[in-house]
Ligand binder design. Structure first.
Ligand code: PLP
Length: 285
């Protein structure tokens, strides 16, 4: 596989980053994941805009232009022959000197930019989407700036492991009795045809897929309510699902062992997945 490091395209075995890089030492960095369908990038502009916002919130300088970022994404997709899969992009604060809690001088520091692809044939025609996912609920112990897409992913990883240990697929985080989001996705329920998902704030990541799905739902005359909901409300819902760049729209059929609706993927989730895939493929660049 060919990967990108600071402007160079290299075989993955030859790509290196400094041991002093703050991404490695302090999780001082941000990332984006853009899906690839039909060899093209889905919602690249949305991901690039969120990247710029994440960097700005952390006082990081964007070391690569929008155009160069797009060109590199396309180059990697082409070089690695990706038809369906993803491009991972990470920008860390780098570090020219010793380990220090204070940020290095932005005048003399350039961040580290890394990109790589993951080939995922069958991403769109996913068997998991036909069966649906089981989730467990766990306390949300992450920091309070979840709107910034940082590489601090240890707690979400632990959540995923806790889910696996219980024979489930993923975890939903709960804070003050309300669901915030999934380990790596936004969470939704459907009740009486109404789609309910938590409102945007610093409590959750502002999903690029979420924005697109809510737009498509509105265009299809579906009712959408942006508000938080409890796990108990979710268990009583007719349907549940999650959205993310690589899961698209993924039905949830069980929460903490309780079946949602009939315990099979719901019609609203299935319809949204269909619309999302169709529209995304059309708009991919
Ligand atoms: N919430 C969290 C915590 C995530 O990590 C992700 C994606 O990785 C999402 C939501 C979904 O965001 P997007 O639709 O932009 O992939």
């Amino acid at each position: 596989r060919i990967v990108y490091v600071n402007g160079a395209y290299l075989p993955e075995e030859e790509a290196t980053v400094s041991v002093f890089d703050r991404g490695f030492l302090m999780a001082d960095g941000v990332y984006e994941v853009t899906s690839v369908l039909g060899g093209k990038l889905v919602d690249f502009d949305g991901h690039a805009a969120r990247l710029a916002r994440s960097l700005a919130e952390l006082d990081m300088v964007q070391p690569i232009s929008h155009e160069a970022l797009l060109a590199a994404h396309r180059e990697l997709v082409a070089r690695n022959g990706i038809e369906e899969g993803l491009v991972y992009l990470q920008i860390t604060r780098g570090n020219p000197g010793d380990r220090d809690f204070a940020f290095p001088d932005p005048e003399t520091t350039t961040g580290t930019v890394v990109m790589f692809t993951q080939n995922k044939p069958g991403l769109a025609d996913s068997p998991a989407a036909k069966v649906g996912m089981k989730v467990i609920s766990i306390p949300d112990l992450r920091w309070r700036r979840r709107d910034i897409k940082t590489v601090q992913l240890l707690y979400p990883s632990m959540g995923k492991m806790a889910a696996k240990a219980e024979g489930a697929d993923d975890a939903w985080f709960v804070e003050d009795g309300k669901v915030t989001e999934g380990t790596s996705n936004n969470a939704y329920i459907v009740k009486n045809g109404r789609i309910i998902t938590r409102e945007l704030s610093q409590d959750i990541l502002h999903g690029i897929t979420r924005a697109a799905v809510l737009r498509f739902a509105a265009e299809a005359q579906m009712e959408v309510e942006e508000r938080s909901f409890t796990i108990d409300e979710a268990k009583e819902a007719d349907e549940a699902f999650v959205t993310s760049a690589t899961a698209f729209v993924m039905p949830v059929v069980e929460i903490d062992g309780a079946k949602i609706g009939a315990g099979t993927p719901g019609r609203v989730a299935a319809r949204l997945r269909e619309i999302y895939l169709e529209e995304s493929l059309k708009a991919a660049i």
